[in-house]
Design a protein around this ligand. Structure first.
Ligand SMILES: *Cc1c(COP(=O)(O)O)cnc(C)c1O
Length: 362
């Protein structure tokens, strides 16, 4: 008898592991495990959302025109070349699903975002994971992995969980060297935290093989709202739009995201806070004898001597009511990814780690 069978690739998917949000016995945990905004959601977005809620008996627009126009204004891009999704995860799903399938290959890198292998298998495509060099994406390793079957390259810049970044020259070299049938996706979830970086938008402007993705989940403080967007060549956007559900974004999502993207003071304020506290946290972590690359995002990756030392550091943080992210699944069993909080929160992290080191030395 023939059985009900899922599509190829689906059973290879291990469920996504989100950052922990609860600690047994602690009422007010400090959650630094998911790179959320320590300042919360912007007041402008909360207000827009409440106002839009009055109209939620009506279906939302299918074209996202107002939100795309706002994105176009702020980033100086053609709104017709913007596509909006339920988080940037959905935009990444559009591109992988629309342009690859069984027999095709998707390339991502050693410490790449954990959604990339999941998205590859969702599309039924084959996972091709290439090495990095010292926790930095290696353009040559990507290029040498390209075959006739390659359809998409997925990379985050700045990267998660390493926080490292490819200089724009390297991104450009990659975009230029890839064969014409391969799409380069530059995931800019953390672009706003990298001073002076446009997230690859200028690179995408005149090329027909580059898609940039962005999110409202990180610097905008709207992770719970679920809105992201992509910017790419017109033909690519038109293809992806065909598989986008017409009502994928609700009236409240659209209204809140539009208000947030226009709230430039908010973004500036969040970026400044992050810059300050990231430098402080990086310095303290290194001082305490944990390895830590320069981060260009809103988290740092602290690396202990081994997984046991990382266990001990995590236990000390947990005892202080602080949650961070273990990243063994990303190839760092010795790693702790710590979201950069505000001044008080960063102080708590540093205190907990300092006490842990003092206790271990005693
Ligand atoms: C957080 C994150 C995203 C954003 O996902 P959303 O679906 O927009 O919330 C995308 N890429 C990377 C690398 C991330 O860390």
């Amino acid at each position: 008898m023939r059985s009900i069978t899922p599509q190829p690739g689906i059973m290879d998917i291990a469920l996504y592991q989100g950052g922990q949000s609860h600690l047994a016995g602690v009422d007010h945990v400090l959650k630094l495990s998911s790179n959320e905004n320590p300042l919360g959601a912007p007041a402008s977005a909360i207000k827009a959302l409440s106002e839009a809620a009055v109209g939620m008996h009506l279906y939302p627009p299918t074209d996202h025109a107002a939100l795309r126009d706002a994105i176009g204004d702020v980033w100086e891009v053609d709104p017709d070349r913007v596509i909006c999704g339920v988080g940037s995860d959905e935009v990444l799903q559009f591109v992988t699903q629309a342009f690859s399938g069984p027999g095709d290959e998707i390339i991502y890198t050693e410490h790449g975002f954990s959604m990339y292998p999941i998205l590859t298998s969702m599309a039924g495509a084959t996972r091709v994971c290439v090495p990095e060099v010292e926790r930095v994406v290696d353009v040559d390793a990507i290029l040498s992995a390209v075959t006739d079957r390659t359809r998409v390259v997925l990379l985050a810049n700045p990267a998660n969980p390493t926080g490292t970044m490819l200089p724009e020259g390297e991104l450009e070299r990659l975009a230029d060297a890839l064969p014409s049938y391969v799409i380069l996706v530059i995931d800019g979830a953390y672009a706003e935290f990298a001073a002076g970086y446009d997230g690859g938008i200028s690179l995408a402007k005149d090329r027909d093989n580059v898609l940039v993705t962005r999110t409202f989940s990180k610097i905008y403080g709207l992770g719970g709202l679920r809105v992201g967007w992509g910017y790419g060549p017109q033909q690519m956007i038109d293809v992806m739009t065909r598989i986008r559900q017409p009502f994928n974004l609700s009236v409240v999502q659209l209204a809140a995201a539009e208000a947030a993207v226009r709230d430039r003071n908010w973004v500036k304020q969040c970026a400044m806070l992050n810059l300050e506290q990231r430098a402080r946290l990086t310095g303290a972590v290194r001082q305490l004898g944990l390895a830590c690359d320069e981060s260009h995002a809103n988290f740092v990756l602290a690396r202990a001597a081994d997984s046991h030392e990382a266990d001990a550091a995590e236990a000390a943080l947990n005892a202080a009511g602080i949650l961070v992210r273990r990243v063994a699944g990303y190839g760092f069993p010795e790693g702790l990814r710590i979201t950069v909080g505000d001044a008080e929160q960063t102080g708590r992290v540093i205190d907990a780690l300092t006490k842990w080191r003092e206790g271990a030395a005693a």
